[in-house]
Design a protein around this ligand. Structure first.
Ligand SMILES: [Zn+2]
Ligand SMILES: [Zn+2]
Length: 340
């Protein structure tokens, strides 16, 4: 088997263009003001109307592009249903808008709907004391914590108001979207209950952020669960997805559609194994998530501290769970790691 991924196109379509991917399945690529600068959404032709998978950030750009499409090429038939892979704002940001304007139903996993509300409350209320304490317990000084909290306050896309009503989808459900049937596969690691949609008959996988073509999805231990081991959940999900056929066409939310599912799963696994080894290589004595974030993710630390801290802690917790490191919590709750 070739080690290369086979992309269906070499260059992405223009933003906001309706691109014919497969019979009854269209691709719309929307811009984002921050990396990875775009998100892919999928439109499936139900006959009397449309199902859309993910809907983009709540920005003026995305809004204008959808407005043009729904007043133009898509106008003759309504949006009947919106399926959301997960709660992150680049996937669900415009959901409440579509529900209000088009009266569509929303399908998503329960934990994603709940996380959407949690993120929305955090954005409304601003970072709280628990986040400051999380930073300090993981090694940030008072000054560092204050600077990081300030950066967090300026971050605009923490969440958008999720839809108030939804239809819950669970792992193993079969849902009709467009003219095809899709099996729901839920996976952890990138988000709590990320949904992927697999069409057995045509071997198509709508992969969301769980499998990306050109980058690795973030894997974060969130402030609310400092002891979580999302890296294990993510690596377990790669094992689970290996059961899908090798010739599956993968439609990722960022990057380009490709063939080579098993090659990509192996690459993602190797990337994380290498990252775990990188973390081990910088641990000589007692350390903590702040020091590891500074060492391994220096650029993201102040721009996106939740990510830098969360990634560092995800790696440390995984290394502790496999007994390569020891996790110690002192009487004040400070969390440190040391070679086992
Ligand atoms: Zn995501
Ligand atoms: Zn995403």
């Amino acid at each position: 088997m070739s080690d290369d991924l086979k992309f269906t196109v070499q260059r992405p379509p223009a933003y906001g263009e309706l691109t014919d991917m497969l019979p009854g399945l269209f691709w719309v690529r929307l811009p984002m003001p921050t990396a990875p600068n775009h998100v892919n959404c999928w439109l499936l032709d139900n006959g009397p109307g449309w199902t859309m998978v993910d809907c983009g950030l709540n920005t003026d750009d995305s809004f204008e592009m959808w407005d043009k499409l729904w007043r133009g090429l898509l106008r003759s038939r309504p949006l009947q249903s919106l399926a959301l892979t997960h709660a992150h704002a680049d996937h669900s940001g415009l959901a409440a808008f579509f529900v209000k304007e088009m009266k569509c139903s929303v399908r998503m996993p329960l934990a994603e709907w709940l996380s959407g509300w949690k993120m929305w409350h955090e954005r409304e209320e601003g970072p709280d004391e628990q986040f400051a304490s999380f930073l300090k317990r993981n090694g940030a000084s008072g000054d560092d914590a204050a600077r990081i909290m300030q950066a967090q306050r300026q971050s605009k896309f923490l969440g958008s108001r999720p839809p108030r009503e939804f239809i819950r989808i669970r792992d193993g459900d079969v849902v009709a979207m467009g003219k095809r049937e899709w099996r729901v596969i839920t996976a952890g690691g990138h988000s709590a209950e990320h949904a992927l949609f697999f069409c057995e008959s045509d071997r198509i996988l709508i992969a969301g952020d769980q499998i990306l073509s050109h980058m690795t999805p973030s894997v974060i231990a969130p402030p609310a669960q400092p002891e979580a081991n999302p890296m294990k959940d993510y690596l377990d999900s790669l094992t689970l997805l290996e059961a899908l056929p090798a010739d599956t066409l993968v439609l990722p939310s960022h990057g380009l559609p490709f063939h080579g599912l098993h090659v990509r799963l192996a690459q993602l696994r190797e990337h994380h194994q290498a990252r775990l080894d990188d973390v081990m290589s910088v641990v000589s004595g007692r350390t903590n998530a702040f020091l590891i974030a500074q060492e391994i993710f220096p650029r993201v630390l102040y721009a996106n501290p939740r990510q830098a801290f969360g990634e560092a802690l995800a790696h440390l917790n995984m290394l502790a769970s496999t007994e390569r490191l020891r996790r110690d919590v002192d009487g004040d709750g400070a969390i440190a790691f040391a070679p086992a």
